[in-house]
Design a protein around this ligand. Sequence first.
Ligand code: ATP
Ligand code: MG
Length: 276
Amino acid sequence: MEERMDEQGRRGSVITVFSTASAVGKTLVAINMAAELARLGFRVCLVDVDLQFGDVCNYLHLVPERTIADAQRAAETNADYFDVMQFLDVYQCDAISFSVMAAPLRLDEAYNMSGMSVQHILQQLQFHFDFVVVDTTSAFSETNLMIMDMSTIITFLGIVDFIPTIKNMKIGSDTIRSLGYESSKIRLVLNRSNSKTKIDLEDVEHILGEPFYHILSNDFSAAWDATMAGVPLVRSANTALARDLRALVARLTNLEVEEQADADSGVSSWFKRIFN
Ligand SMILES: Nc1ncnc2c1ncn2[C@@H]1O[C@H](COP(=O)(O)OP(=O)(O)OP(=O)(O)O)[C@@H](O)[C@H]1O
Ligand SMILES: [Mg+2]
């Protein structure tokens, strides 16, 4: 398999979207990050690692021909001839085009996937794309921790609605920090910022110990319309949410980041760092 790298010999960046609560907008943000990066001219692959209940293809109205489970089977069957590019679908809307690796279609397939195999697939994708955007689940699972280890940036998404959500965000952000990553690797992003809540944003930032890196507005009808149409919000800049999402990507791509995270680190590294 031919390996592609940029002119500096680096592999593509991995941007992971993670949260410690469900339904905070991970999939919406991951899709729009991928779409915006593609709109800017980057080679992008969006990978749905919400293995059991992935929504990427539903949101994009894609019917996947292959999934990450097929990729795992192929890699295990014949590692020497494994070509990750054969397991991608293409999303296209106007001038926006990016590759998608779909979540497994069946729960048993999801159950049989390992963190090691997901990490291997992501590493293979880094040879072909400028950005690999990863949609995850809200859990400190083995798979998610292995993805975080190899990520260039972790977009840690939160919303301010109920006290338990904030408590879990605090546990999550403290835990990620305890992993010893560069601080620039973790970006706290607030979603649905102007939704009605009695909780003061400054209090939340005080609890978390740092301000949010970026804030996305709450826009139910824009989010709904985009999902119904199967198109990314960033296709046009006619809503505040689309502009916020575009601005997030502009900031992420302009800032210098620790380019190549420790791709060799596996289970033992994060396990030791959390549980020592
Ligand atoms: N900024 C926003 N304004 C309004 N609605 C939003 C916003 N972000 C996300 N939503 C809506 O919130 C719902 C949950 O979003 P999404 O599916 O992206 O969350 P998730 O974190 O991926 O959920 P899960 O944990 O189930 O994977 C969706 O209906 C989505 O359209
Ligand atoms: Mg999701």
